[in-house]
Design a protein around this ligand. Structure first.
Ligand SMILES: Cc1cc2nc3c(=O)[nH]c(=O)nc-3n(C[C@H](O)[C@H](O)[C@H](O)COP(=O)(O)O)c2cc1C
Length: 164
C-alpha cells in the first residue's frame, strides 16, 4: 500500500466539498469546482499501477492535466483522482475485468488537484510477465463530447441507484 492520500486543498473559487470513502476504508475530503479541463489534443494520458492500484508510473501528459507534482502521484492509490460524480460500480467493473486478465474500456471523469476535472476514454490492461499479472496499465484517449454526455447521464443514474 502507498502512504495515506492527504486531503485536497480548498480551492480559491466556489467548490462543493465532498467526503469520499474509498474501497480500502480510507476517507478523504475533496473539492469539486465543476470546471472542466480540456483533454490535450494528440496526447495519450498513461499510468501504471501495481496489483493494489498504487501508482508506479505516469507520463508527462498525466502529470500536467492532474495538477499534481509527480512526487505527489507516485506511490499513491490511483483513487487520488476519483471524482465524486463517478459511480462505484464503474470501478468494480474495471477491477473485476482487469483482475480476471481482460481489457477494460470506459469513460472516466477524473478530479484534478485544484478541484477541476477532465474526461477520458480509458483502456486498462493487465501487465503480464512470465504468465503472471504484475500490475496494470491505463492508456487514455480523448473522448467525443457526445460520449461524455451519454456517460454523464448513465453515471448520474448509476449513482442514484447506489445511493438509493
Ligand atoms: C491501471 C489503473 C488505472 C486507473 N485509473 C483511474 C483513474 O484514472 N481515475 C480513477 O478515479 N480511478 C482509476 N483507477 C481505479 C482506482 O484504483 C479506484 O478503484 C477508483 O478510483 C475508485 O476508488 P475505490 O475503488 O477505492 O472506491 C485505476 C485503476 C487501475 C488499475
Amino acid at each position: 500500500m502507498g502512504a495515506p492520500t492527504p486531503d485536497a486543498h480548498k480551492p480559491d473559487m466556489p467548490a462543493k466539498q465532498v467526503t469520499l470513502t474509498y474501497y480500502d476504508g480510507h476517507s478523504r475530503t475533496v473539492y469539486d469546482t465543476d470546471v472542466e479541463r480540456a483533454y490535450p489534443d494528440g496526447k495519450l494520458i498513461v499510468s501504471r499501477t501495481d496489483l493494489n492500484g498504487v501508482i508506479t508510473h505516469v507520463n508527462d501528459a498525466f502529470v500536467e492535466i492532474s495538477g499534481y507534482d509527480i512526487d505527489e502521484l507516485i506511490g499513491q492509490q490511483h483513487y487520488i483522482l476519483r471524482h465524486p460524480d463517478m459511480p462505484k460500480a464503474a470501478y468494480t467493473d474495471l477491477w473485476q475485468t482487469a483482475a480476471s486478465g481482460q481489457k477494460w474500456h470506459g469513460y472516466v471523469k477524473n478530479l484534478c488537484k485544484d478541484g477541476s476535472h477532465y474526461w477520458v476514454y480509458a483502456t486498462v490492461v493487465p501487465n503480464i510477465r512470465r504468465g503472471e499479472t504484475v500490475g496494470y496499465t491505463s492508456v487514455r484517449r480523448k473522448p467525443s463530447r457526445s460520449k461524455i454526455d451519454a456517460a454523464m447521464t448513465q453515471y448520474a443514474q448509476m449513482k442514484q441507484n447506489e445511493e438509493g
